[in-house]
Design a protein around this ligand. Structure first.
Ligand SMILES: Nc1nc2c(c(=O)[nH]1)N[C@H]1C(S)=C(S)[C@@H](COP(=O)(O)OP(=O)(O)OC[C@H]3O[C@@H](n4cnc5c(=O)[nH]c(N)nc54)[C@H](O)[C@@H]3O)O[C@H]1N2
Ligand SMILES: Nc1nc2c(c(=O)[nH]1)N[C@H]1C(S)=C(S)[C@@H](COP(=O)(O)OP(=O)(O)OC[C@H]3O[C@@H](n4cnc5c(=O)[nH]c(N)nc54)[C@H](O)[C@@H]3O)O[C@H]1N2
Ligand SMILES: [Mo]
Length: 766
C-alpha cells in the first residue's frame, strides 16, 4: 500500500467457530470439560457468579449462555484442576522460578496453602494460617503507617475492598495504590471536571436506543467481548459505528455471532464499524476537535442561511459553561494542523461529523487508547465537548461510556479505595466504626512506586493482582523490593510479583469468584459494580481449589484482627460470618448510594448507583457541564527530548488477561506461538532497514535521562499508521518510565512510549 500499511490478511471474521473452538480448547487444557461448562451456564445470571473477566454489565434477561470466549478462558483458568502446592514450592528456589515465563508460573495451577518465604532455602514453605496472620500483624502493627502500602486489584469484591480500606485506615494510612491508577484513573479524575462524576452516564437501555456509536481507543472483541453482541445487533440495524483506532482490530471490522446459526453456517459474519479511522497514536484530542469544528461550521452555516440549527442550543444555554470560548477556539483551528496531528484527512473527520449530526442519540465509549496517555484527561474532555454540542448526554440513548477493565474496579473505588477520600466519606466511616481515620492524603500506584524507589516503604500488601509486573519501570523498582521489610500477596495463582519479595514474605491463597464461599455453613454472596454503575450479587458455586483457601473478606478481616484489633471495637468475626453485615456497614457509610443494599441486590440485574450527570445534574463548581480545552495542546507526544523513531503502544493479545497469559497466540492479529513481536508500518520498516521477521531491540526515549531497553522483538508488518508501532504488555513494561504519565491522574502513558528501534545485536559469546 502507498502509505506503507500492510493490507489486512484475508481472514475470517472475529467470533464464530474460532471462538467456540477456543473455549473448548481452554477448558480441556485445564482438565475441566464438563465441570467448566456447567459453571459457564450459571455465569452472569441472577443467583450465579459474575464473570471474573471484564466489567461489561449483565442484561436483565440473560441469554441461555451469557458468556464470551474470554470469560470462558478466565473461568477455565480459575477452575483448573492443576495445583501449586507445598511440594512444588518447597522444591523450587525462587531464584529458579524467576526464569519461568508469566504463563508457566500461573499455568502451574491454583495456590493451595498459605506460604512463607524461607531465606535459608530460598523457597516458599507452607505455614499455618494462624501463624502467618500473627506474624504479619505483629510486624505491621509496629510500622509507621505512612510507610505501608495497601494495593488493590479490581477483581476484589465490594465487601473485600471495603474491609481492606478499613484495615488500612485503622492502621493509619490512605496509601491505597490501585490497579485503576494504571487504567481508568484518568477518567475518574478528568471526567468530574467536565460533568461532575467520574463514571459513565449510560445503561444497557441507552445502548438499545442509541443511533450512532463512537468507539475511541478500545478493543472490545478481545477485552469486553460481550459488548460485541450489542455492536453486532446495532450494525445489523444499520446504526453507524465510528471507530478511532490506529490499529485495525479484527472484531471491529467483522464479527460472527457464535449464537447466530445462519452466520455460523455461512461464515460471513457482520461488518461492525461503518467507518474506521486509523488516526495516529495520541491524535485523539485533535480528531475530536476536528469533528467539533465541522459540526460548529455546519451550525454557523445553518444560522447564516436561516436553516435548522445543528447545535442543541437549549441544552448549551441551560446546561453548559464555556461554550463561547470553546467555539471561538475551534473556529480558529486550522485543518492543516488537525490533519498533521491526527494523520487523518479533513474529509474523514467531516464524514464522522456528518454521522454525528444525523444521529439523534449518540454514545461515545473509550478505553485505554484514551486514558493511557500523558494528556489522557484532555483527550476524554474533547469527547465530552463533542457530546455536549448536540445535548448527547443525560437523555435516553445518549451519553458518555468509559469501558472499565477489571470486573469490579469501579466498585472498589466506590467503597473507599482512594488515596484522597472525601471528608464526608471519612467522617461516616469514623462514625460507623468508632475511630478516627487519617486525613492526610496517601499514595496512588505511581507514588507508591516512587516511595519504593526512595526506600520509603516498609510493607507492601496486595489484595490480588500482579503489581510488580503491571507497573512501569519494573526493572528499576524490582531492584529495590528486597529492601522492603514485609510483602504480602493475597492471590489465587503464583505470579512474578511473589518472586520479587521483601525480607519477610507471604502468599495467602484466596478463593476465586467462581467458588462456593461458606461462612458458618451458609453460602455467601459478594457484590460488584460494572461499567454502567449497576451493583449486583455474585455467588460462587464450584468446589474450592483447596480446603486451605479462604475468602478475601475472611483473609482481610483476620489480618485486621491480627493487626489493629485494639484500635476500635469491631466484631470482625461477625462481619465475616455473614456478608450482609458488611453490606450494612457499607450502607451506613454511603447511605445515599447503597440504600437498602441487601434487599436491592436480590433484584435481577441488581440496582444502579445514583448518577447525577445521567439526569443532567452537574456536580461541578459551575453547576454546569463544562466545555474544557487547552489551546496549546495538540497531541500527546510533542515533548520527547530526542526525536524517537516511533511511538510504541503496549497492548493486550487475545489470549491474555492483563499479566495472566493464557497462551502465546493472538488469533485476531494472526500471531501464533510468540509474544515477542512488534507490529510496524512497512514504510517505517523500510526506513529502519528491517523486514518481516528481523529481530529488533527497543531503547526508550524518556525525559528523565534514564536508559531503558528491551530486546528480542520480531518485526511483523501491520496495518498501523506510519510513526506508530505496537507490542505486548507486560513484556515491554521495562521500557515505560514512571514519570511518563497522565498529568492529572498519574496513569502511565502506556500507549505512547517514544522508542528508538535497532537491529538486535548478536548475543555475545561467553
Ligand atoms: N480478555 C481480556 N479482557 C480484558 C483484559 C485483558 O487483558 N484481556 N483487560 C481488562 C482491563 S484491566 C482493561 S483496562 C480493559 C482494556 O481494554 P482496552 O481499553 O481495549 O485496552 P487495550 O487492549 O490496552 O487497548 C485498547 C485499544 O486502544 C488502541 N489505541 C492505542 N493507542 C491509541 C490512541 O492513541 N488512540 C486511539 N484512539 N486508540 C489507541 C489500541 O490499538 C487498542 O485497540 O480490558 C479488560 N478486559
Ligand atoms: N505497559 C502496560 N502496562 C499496563 C497496562 C497496559 O495496557 N500496558 N494496563 C494496565 C491496566 S489497565 C491494569 S488494570 C493493570 C493490571 O494490574 P493487576 O490488576 O495488578 O494485574 P492482573 O494481571 O490483573 O493480576 C493477575 C493476578 O491476580 C491474581 N488473581 C486473579 N484472580 C484473583 C482473585 O479472585 N483474588 C485474588 N486475591 N487474586 C486473584 C492472580 O494471582 C493473578 O496472577 O496493568 C496495567 N499495566
Ligand atoms: Mo485495567
Amino acid at each position: 500500500m502507498a502509505d506503507g500499511r500492510k493490507a489486512a490478511p484475508q481472514q475470517p471474521p472475529a467470533g464464530g467457530w474460532g471462538a467456540l473452538n477456543a473455549v473448548e480448547q481452554h477448558l480441556s487444557k485445564q482438565q475441566i470439560l464438563l465441570k467448566g461448562n456447567r459453571a459457564l451456564l450459571s455465569m452472569n445470571k441472577p443467583g450465579g457468579f459474575d464473570c471474573p473477566s471484564c466489567a461489561w454489565p449483565d442484561p436483565e434477561k440473560p441469554h441461555f449462555a451469557e458468556y464470551c470466549e474470554n470469560g470462558a478462558k478466565a473461568v477455565a483458568w480459575e477452575a483448573t484442576k492443576k495445583r501449586t502446592g507445598p511440594d512444588f514450592s518447597a522444591a523450587n528456589r525462587v531464584e529458579d522460578l524467576k526464569a519461568w515465563s508469566d504463563h508457566e508460573l500461573e499455568a502451574h495451577g491454583r495456590l493451595t496453602h498459605p506460604m512463607r518465604y524461607d531465606a535459608a532455602t530460598d523457597t516458599y514453605q507452607p505455614v499455618d494460617w494462624s501463624v502467618a496472620l500473627a506474624e504479619i500483624g505483629g510486624t505491621l502493627r509496629n510500622l509507621d503507617p505512612k510507610r505501608v502500602e495497601f494495593y488493590t486489584s479490581g477483581r476484589a469484591s465490594n465487601e473485600a475492598a471495603f474491609l481492606w480500606q478499613l484495615h488500612g485506615r485503622l492502621l493509619g494510612t490512605n496509601n491505597f495504590p490501585d490497579c485503576s491508577d494504571m487504567c481508568h484513573a484518568t477518567t475518574t479524575v478528568a471526567l468530574p471536571e467536565s460533568i461532575g462524576i467520574g463514571k459513565g452516564t449510560v445503561t444497557l437501555e441507552d445502548w438499545e436506543h442509541c443511533d450512532a456509536l463512537f468507539i475511541i481507543g478500545q478493543n472490545p472483541g478481545t477485552n469486553s467481548p460481550r459488548m460485541m453482541t450489542y455492536l453486532h445487533d446495532m450494525a445489523k440495524r444499520g446504526v453507524p459505528i465510528v471507530t478511532f483506532n490506529p490499529l485495525k482490530e479484527r472484531a471491529l471490522l467483522r464479527f460472527t455471532d457464535p449464537q447466530s446459526p445462519v452466520e455460523m453456517l455461512t461464515g460471513r459474519g457482520q461488518a461492525i464499524s461503518s467507518n474506521y479511522f486509523q488516526l495516529r497514536t495520541g491524535g485523539d484530542i485533535m480528531a475530536m476537535q476536528g469533528i467539533c469544528k465541522a459540526v460548529i461550521a455546519a451550525d454557523d452555516a445553518a444560522l447564516a442561511s436561516g436553516g435548522k440549527r445543528i447545535l442543541d442550543t437549549a441544552f448549551l444555554e441551560e446546561h453548559t459553561a464555556g461554550f463561547g470560548a470553546f467555539a471561538d477556539f475551534i473556529r480558529k483551528l486550522g485543518w492543516d494542523e488537525i490533519e498533521h496531528y491526527t494523520a487523518l484527512r479533513r474529509e474523514q473527520l467531516e464524514q464522522a461529523a456528518d454521522i454525528y449530526m444525523k444521529a439523534e442519540r449518540v454514545i461515545a465509549c473509550w478505553g485505554m487508547g484514551i486514558t493511557q496517555h500523558k494528556h489522557g484527561g484532555d483527550a476524554l474532555q474533547q469527547i465530552l465537548n463533542l457530546l455536549f454540542l448536540r445535548g448527547n448526554i443525560g437523555r435516553l440513548g445518549a451519553g458518555a461510556c468509559p469501558i472499565r477493565g477489571h470486573s469490579n474496579v469501579q466498585g472498589d473505588r466506590t467503597v473507599g479505595i482512594n488515596k484522597t477520600p472525601t471528608e464526608d466519606f471519612l467522617s461516616q466511616l469514623d462514625a460507623a466504626f468508632g475511630f478516627v481515620s487519617p486525613r492526610e492524603h496517601g499514595h496512588d500506584t505511581a507514588e507508591c512506586c516512587e516511595a519504593i524507589l526512595r526506600g520509603d516503604v516498609d510493607a507492601f500488601l496486595a489484595l490480588g493482582g500482579n503489581f510488580f509486573r503491571a507497573i512501569p519501570d519494573i526493572e528499576r523498582i524490582a531492584e529495590k523490593v528486597p529492601e522492603i521489610g514485609l510483602t504480602v500477596h493475597i492471590a489465587t495463582k503464583l505470579n512474578r510479583s511473589h518472586l520479587i519479595h521483601g525480607k519477610q514474605a507471604y502468599i495467602l491463597p484466596a478463593l476465586g469468584r467462581t467458588e462456593l464461599d461458606l461462612q458458618q455453613g451458609v453460602a455467601q454472596t459478594v457484590t460488584v459494580e460494572d461499567s454502567f454503575s449497576m451493583v449486583h450479587g455474585s455467588t460462587g458455586r464450584l468446589v474450592p481449589a483447596s480446603e486451605h483457601c479462604r475468602s478475601e473478606p475472611w483473609i482481610v478481616a483476620n489480618l485486621a484482627k491480627a493487626t489493629v484489633a485494639d484500635r476500635a471495637s469491631i466484631d470482625w468475626d461477625g462481619l465475616v460470618g455473614d456478608y450482609d453485615r458488611i453490606r450494612d456497614k457499607i450502607e451506613a457509610v454511603l447511605p445515599e448510594q447503597f440504600r437498602d443494599y441487601n434487599i436491592r441486590i436480590g433484584k435481577p440485574g441488581g440496582f444502579r448507583l445514583p448518577n447525577g450527570a445521567s439526569e443532567r445534574r452537574w456536580a461541578t463548581p459551575t453547576g454546569k457541564a463544562n466545555f474544557l480545552f487547552n489551546p496549546d495542546l495538540k497531541d500527546q507526544n510533542e515533548d520527547a527530548p530526542q526525536r524517537p523513531h516511533l511511538q510504541l503502544m503496549t497492548l493486550r493479545s487475545h489470549d491474555q488477561f492483563n499479566t495472566t497469559i493464557y497462551s502465546n497466540n493472538d488469533r485476531y492479529r494472526g500471531i501464533s506461538g510468540d509474544r515477542m513481536v512488534v507490529f510496524m508500518n512497512e514504510k517505517d520498516m523500510a526506513a529502519l532497514e528491517v523486514s518481516e521477521g528481523t529481530v529488533v531491540d527497543f531503547a526508550a526515549v524518556a525525559a528523565d535521562g534514564i536508559e531503558r531497553r528491551a530486546g528480542g522483538f520480531k518485526v511483523v508488518a501491520y496495518d498501523v499508521p506510519q510513526g506508530c508501532c505496537a507490542a505486548y504488555y507486560p513484556e515491554t513494561n521495562g521500557l515505560l518510565s514512571l514519570s511518563h504519565r497522565d498529568t492529572r491522574s498519574n496513569t502511565p502513558a502506556a500507549k505512547s512510549v517514544p522508542v528508538v528501534i535497532t537491529r538486535a545485536q548478536p548475543a555475545m559469546s561467553a
